[in-house]
Design a protein around this ligand. Sequence first.
Ligand SMILES: *[C@@H]1O[C@H](CO)[C@@H](O)[C@H](O)[C@H]1NC(C)=O
Ligand SMILES: *[C@@H]1O[C@H](CO)[C@@H](O)[C@H](O)[C@H]1NC(C)=O
Ligand SMILES: *[C@@H]1O[C@H](CO)[C@@H](O)[C@H](O)[C@H]1NC(C)=O
Ligand SMILES: *[C@@H]1O[C@H](CO)[C@@H](O)[C@H](O)[C@H]1NC(C)=O
Ligand SMILES: *[C@@H]1O[C@H](CO)[C@@H](O)[C@H](O)[C@H]1NC(C)=O
Ligand SMILES: *[C@@H]1O[C@H](CO)[C@@H](O)[C@H](O)[C@H]1NC(C)=O
Ligand SMILES: *[C@@H]1O[C@H](CO)[C@@H](O)[C@H](O)[C@H]1NC(C)=O
Ligand SMILES: *[C@@H]1O[C@H](CO)[C@@H](O)[C@H](O)[C@H]1NC(C)=O
Ligand SMILES: *[C@@H]1O[C@H](CO)[C@@H](O)[C@H](O)[C@H]1NC(C)=O
Ligand SMILES: *[C@@H]1O[C@H](CO)[C@@H](O)[C@H](O)[C@H]1NC(C)=O
Ligand SMILES: *[C@@H]1O[C@H](CO)[C@@H](O)[C@H](O)[C@H]1NC(C)=O
Ligand SMILES: *[C@@H]1O[C@H](CO)[C@@H](O)[C@H](O)[C@H]1NC(C)=O
Length: 800
Amino acid sequence: MSLSRLRLRFLSILLLFASSFLMINALPCRPDQIQALMQFKNEFESNGCNRSYYLEGVRCDNKTGAVTKLQLPSGCFTGTLKPNSSLFGFHHLRYLNLSHNNFTSSSLPSEFSNLNRLEVLSLASNSFVGQVPSSFSNLILLTHLNLSHNELIGSFPPLRNLTKLSFLDLSYNQFSGTIPSDLLLTMPFLSFLDLKKNILTGTIQVRNSSSSSSRLVYLSLGQNQFEGQILKPISKLINLNHLDVSSLNTSYPIDLNIFSPLKSLLVLYLSKNRLLPASLNSSDIPLSLESLVMARCNITEFPNILKTLQNLQHIDISSNRIKGKIPEWLWKLPRLYLVNLVNNFFTGFEGSSEVLLNSSVQLLDFAYNSMTGAFPLPPPNIIYLSAWNNSFTGNIPPSVCNRSSLIVLDLSYNNFTGPIPKCLSNLKIVNLRKNSLEGSIPDEFYSGALTQTLDVGYNQLTGKLPRSLLNCSFLKFLSVDHNRIDDTFPFWLKALPNLQVFTLRSNRFFGHLSPPDQGPLAFPELRILELSNNSFTGSLPPSYFVNWQASSFKIDEDGRIYMGDYKHAYYVYEDTIDLQYKGLFMEQGKVLTSYSTIDFSGNKLQGQIPESIGLLKALIALNLSNNAFTGQIPLSLANVTELESLDLSRNQLSGNIPRELGSLSFLAYISVAHNQLKGEIPQGPQFSGQAESSFEGNAGLCGLPLQESCFAPPTQQLKEEDEEEEGVLNWKAVVIGYGPGLLFGLVIAHVIAAYKPKWFVKIVGPDKSKEVNPVRLFLSMDSRCDSFNNTNNVEPESDM
Ligand SMILES: *[C@@H]1O[C@H](CO)[C@@H](O)[C@H](O)[C@H]1NC(C)=O
Ligand SMILES: *[C@@H]1O[C@H](CO)[C@@H](O)[C@H](O)[C@H]1NC(C)=O
Ligand SMILES: *[C@@H]1O[C@H](CO)[C@@H](O)[C@H](O)[C@H]1NC(C)=O
Ligand SMILES: *[C@@H]1O[C@H](CO)[C@@H](O)[C@H](O)[C@H]1NC(C)=O
Ligand SMILES: *[C@@H]1O[C@H](CO)[C@@H](O)[C@H](O)[C@H]1NC(C)=O
Ligand SMILES: *[C@@H]1O[C@H](CO)[C@@H](O)[C@H](O)[C@H]1NC(C)=O
Ligand SMILES: *[C@@H]1O[C@H](CO)[C@@H](O)[C@H](O)[C@H]1NC(C)=O
Ligand SMILES: *[C@@H]1O[C@H](CO)[C@@H](O)[C@H](O)[C@H]1NC(C)=O
Ligand SMILES: *[C@@H]1O[C@H](CO)[C@@H](O)[C@H](O)[C@H]1NC(C)=O
Ligand SMILES: *[C@@H]1O[C@H](CO)[C@@H](O)[C@H](O)[C@H]1NC(C)=O
Ligand SMILES: *[C@@H]1O[C@H](CO)[C@@H](O)[C@H](O)[C@H]1NC(C)=O
Ligand SMILES: *[C@@H]1O[C@H](CO)[C@@H](O)[C@H](O)[C@H]1NC(C)=O
């Protein structure tokens, strides 16, 4: 069949399928193959994955018209991959990439063995469960197999017959047992082996070095349960350039000399191991090393061995116990690029304040140390500078302003004084929270400013909000809380198209909160608005919340947006916020802007609570306490179904508590204390589970949890007690069974409870009494650089 005829037939089929994917006519695919491809697509939910997008990843043989390559776009499919799937009819497939989809709890069908011409197979990052079927051993032509990031279990998969394999990635699963000890001998071409984050034990066999030695260049064994004896065979893999042996469970400290035969090594991960202290000072470690990660190794002295590593670009010695000053020679390493010294006991820098001026460092993080005195002059090409939670004093060096590469500046939780530098608009992320800075926020944001995050909370700033903030069209996060700013409500900020979080809590703001035209408050993207403890006055029109974006409930992939999302090869910066809502536990490290919170408490607001509050479907916390609101509690609150915390206490609200609020199933905290409410408290698990104090100070309220019964007859007493017990039980059942919001809260609460005590003892220590935010996540490393994965919270461990 000629190509043009084939195209014609193909086009008519296309019309049958009635869609707009003309571009596909470039594919020489047989019609039956196209049909099978469509059938395969229809086996799954593929919303958001149109046909042309799907078929872009298809290749057919230009002679036979059979599908030979299928690469699904990420996230195209959701559903179960069944054994009778039409996928397994594509016998000519040589290349199959289904990674980053969602084959919800599918096990791997043994029918994959039908595809025995496969050379490349990636099933990574799906939700595959269960064991790898033994039939995978039929795929003997495979050179590339990627099963990583699934939930696969069982012993090491049966891959002995796959002698052509060159890339094998089984990382991030739950494979257990031993590695076949002769794995490397049966796969002579293997150059990439990633077994990270499984539950594997034992060791491997490696031939003695000779011309026939392994071709392995990439070996990742970290975060398994391998023991020390695995190091000896590894040291024979002389071609390695990437080695991850973090978290070995050795009974003796590791002597770094064991790595000396690995003359080509560029990357070495040793985190969470015990290291022989002497070998950190002098050993025959490969001089080729470019990246050395030794986080959480209980190191107490600065490792002098670094001095010899003239190729070093990336050093991570975070979360150790290193005391004293950072040696001057470190900054002389000619290629140094990324330095992570977070969470040690460093007290400062050896050398003068100019010690960093000759350094090539671009990403520098020494948060969580005990550094005092003046801040050193930043390195000339710095991009990311983080020093939060130290005790630096003096001014922020004005020279940060002539570092044109600087993007992220985090000097929060220090003791800086003096003015804020006048160059903030060059930076994407600026965090100066909790210092003692004075003066006003410089009105120096120029047109085209890059600022996304500006946090100057907890300082002693005065003056007005700078009007030039209007030039920051990328601004997402603005926090000026706990200062002495004296201004009216900045309605003008509504021109900022991206503002999502705005807190001006505890300042001297005054005047009306409703726009001059008495219409809705129109900030296009605002989710979190915290205005408490100012002197706002006036009333809010009923339509106040009508245009509020958060009225549509949006969930991001993982339920949150990374607000300050500065992503570099290694670093992710995330904004933090103090949310002060009772009953609501929020992970403060990550701002959950897929939810919305509103706090107007502690002002002088009057009039009715706007009825339009009921439109805010994503609202999880509302605090209007300590104002002078009057009228009834709006019935529309019953429509705010995600609400977890509701505080209307200390107002002048009257009437009944709407019975309908009893249906708010996520409500964990409610207070209407000190109003003029009357009648029966709605009976339901959420209400009767509250403390009595939530309802006190209302002369007319009755019913549980208050003592005052709404019905006098004593004969009913017994029955009511029964009901109380039932109510409490129900409440627990709701928490455990039906409340994702609450569950989330509980999990976070657990995180706080689990970490906080040790945190204060071990990290803050008795001499660091300043308040810290226990679950703030300040940096995380990507998966290639795992020293901080899973331990994002500088979580104290027993080894610290
Ligand atoms: C199909 O989806 C892709 C990627 O999302 C998009 O670029 C393309 O415009 C879409 N095509 C149609 C016809 O919707
Ligand atoms: C198939 O087509 C591609 C490009 O369209 C060409 O490079 C290749 O040589 C062709 N193969 C055969 C077997 O004709
Ligand atoms: C498979 O597809 C993903 C994107 O969905 C891509 O990142 C990955 O590199 C691909 N792997 C192979 C082997 O083609
Ligand atoms: C595959 O089997 C399921 C039952 O397990 C059946 O419902 C479905 O129709 C079958 N699909 C095909 C394409 O045969
Ligand atoms: C996968 O699909 C299931 C069911 O639709 C859904 O609950 C789950 O959140 C999805 N997971 C991801 C990672 O998309
Ligand atoms: C396997 O897939 C994961 C997830 O897409 C990816 O991160 C990893 O680099 C892949 N491994 C190989 C060897 O390509
Ligand atoms: C490997 O292949 C041989 C024949 O080539 C076969 O006898 C053996 O059963 C296969 N092993 C596995 C584990 O499938
Ligand atoms: C490998 O070398 C070691 C000494 O380095 C020796 O003891 C061992 O017998 C050798 N093994 C083989 C298989 O040659
Ligand atoms: C480390 O090894 C010891 C025995 O040597 C074992 O009891 C312990 O559970 C292991 N720890 C881990 C985390 O595997
Ligand atoms: C910060 O400075 C204030 C006032 O100068 C002082 O009281 C406080 O102890 C200092 N805090 C730290 C951690 O140095
Ligand atoms: C609650 O929402 C529904 C549907 O969105 C609407 O019909 C109803 O009027 C709302 N109730 C109140 C009291 O606003
Ligand atoms: C860390 O080192 C200290 C002494 O330097 C020692 O007392 C402690 O047991 C070590 N911790 C671990 C987990 O090895």
